[in-house]
Design a protein around this ligand. Structure first.
Ligand SMILES: NC(=O)c1ccc[n+]([C@@H]2O[C@H](COP(=O)([O-])OP(=O)(O)OC[C@H]3O[C@@H](n4cnc5c(N)ncnc54)[C@H](O)[C@@H]3O)[C@@H](O)[C@H]2O)c1
Length: 396
């Protein structure tokens, strides 16, 4: 079928398999161009199909020749209806990994559930024996706690008072003011239950209990801080509380891994266009201004550049892993550079519907957004017939 983007609000309902494949190949080429990384060899990536998780799986496989197991929650295709992008990404990843002689298997299901954890533990036991790196990169709006059966929904809201600021509809380029009501009731607890560290700790406990963690195993989860303009809705909002919890959990996990000399880290990453971030008000305007400045300064990075740098210059240097005063790895260092933030703050004041295309990188934002779904990728013929029924080799 001929596959075209079909937008509804902040999501695209279709995805292009050939575009996804090209995206994955481009990421693989990037990692290879940066040389070998003396990193982990048996890697579990939870949230492996898009964004930072996919970049982690690619960096491990094609930077360190690692065997990878990827867990994700994606929609497979049905005849006449495309899969979700992460499905096609994973299909392309496995195809390339297998071609390169690398072990790669995937599990599609709810990572929060006991069933998917069980399936993953069994697969590790059968095929890899143990893992030495676990990347935790889930971004989800909802989690059912398998112990209580309670379903929690996260919210992206300020705490205490209404937050009013500028935002942009990146489809139309219209800059407007948005007001977000403060959270109420159990919003904070629910957001922590979904995006905090509880499930991460459950994964590591389960792996450890069955002796599936290699001596010196490392686990990394991803966090975000960001600038003062987004603080009320991000770092000081409900999602920020969940990130505080995630960061605190790293210390608890590290304690629990002391006897095997293991360690848990949180890496603070840069703001990037992903399915998760485009749904947060205010963030798209910030990102479009940030992209403009970082590109002009020659320090712009996407997910793959970020994770390749995390591996090569932070995690696997052979020396101490550098961390900030709160024990976090920082690869948002270029985003948070004072000169960059000062320029973004100045542009923020000026931004209007009329000037945003010029002072911000709205085009770059849009392109990245379309790219997430495999559209607008250079070298892909979108007029050609595409096979929507592409399968993930290890799942088919
Ligand atoms: N995008 C950013 O700007 C940014 C910046 C810093 C940190 N982060 C963090 O990075 C992490 C990953 O975010 P992302 O932006 O790459 O998101 P993403 O939406 O691209 O990826 C989310 C992944 O989680 C998987 N997933 C979601 N729910 C699942 C479930 N129930 N079971 C199994 N898999 C499930 C998806 O299949 C996908 O692989 C998050 O913790 C996020 O907060 C994001």
């Amino acid at each position: 079928m001929i596959i075209e983007p079909r937008m509804r609000g902040f999501i695209c309902l279709t995805a292009h398999p050939a575009g996804a494949e090209q995206n994955v190949k481009n990421q693989i080429e990037y990692v290879k161009s940066k040389g070998a990384i003396d990193g982990a060899k048996k890697v579990l990536v939870i949230g492996a199909s898009t964004g930072f998780g996919l970049a982690s799986r690619i960096s491990s496989a094609f930077g360190s020749d690692a065997a990878t197991i990827g867990v994700f929650f994606e929609k497979p295709p049905v005849a006449g209806k495309t899969a979700s992008p992460g499905w096609y990404n994973s299909a392309a990843f496995e195809k390339e990994a297998h071609k390169a002689g690398l072990y790669a298997k995937s599990i599609n299901g709810d990572a929060f559930s006991n069933e998917v954890k069980r399936e993953t533990l069994d697969l590790i036991k059968a095929d890899l024996g143990q893992v030495d790196l676990i990347i935790y990169s889930l971004a989800s709006p909802v989690r059912t706690n398998p112990n209580t059966g309670v379903t929690h929904r996260s919210v992206l809201k300020p705490i205490g008072s209404t937050f009013t600021n500028k935002t942009v509809d990146f489809h139309t380029g219209k800059v407007s003011e948005v007001s977000i009501e403060p959270c109420s009731g159990d919003d904070i607890e629910n957001t922590i239950a979904v995006m905090g560290g509880e499930d991460w700790a459950m994964w590591i406990d389960a792996l450890k209990a069955e002796n599936l963690l290699a001596p010196g195993a490392t686990t990394v989860a991803y966090s975000y801080i960001g600038p003062s303009v987004t603080e009320a809705v991000y770092r000081k909002g409900t999602i920020g509380r969940a990130k505080d919890h995630l960061e605190a959990t790293a210390f608890e996990i590290s304690d629990s891994l002391a006897d095997i000399n293991g360690k848990a880290y949180v890496s603070v990453n840069k703001a990037l266009v992903t399915q998760a971030s485009s749904a947060i008000p205010v963030i798209p305007l910030y990102i479009s201004l940030l992209y403009k400045i970082m590109k002009a300064e020659g320090v712009h990075e996407g997910c793959i550049e970020q994770i390749q740098r995390l591996y090569q210059q932070r995690l696997f240097t052979g020396g101490e892993v550098p961390v900030d005063e709160k024990g976090r790895i920082r690869i948002d260092d270029w985003e948070m550079r004072e000169d960059i933030q000062a320029q973004v703050a100045q542009l923020w004041e000026q931004a209007t519907t009329e000037n945003l295309a010029e002072i911000g990188d709205l085009e770059g934002y849009r392109k990245d957004f379309y790219n997430l779904f495999g559209f607008d990728v250079a070298g892909v013929d979108y007029k050609a017939e595409a096979d929507e029924m592409v399968q993930v080799e290890s799942i088919a």
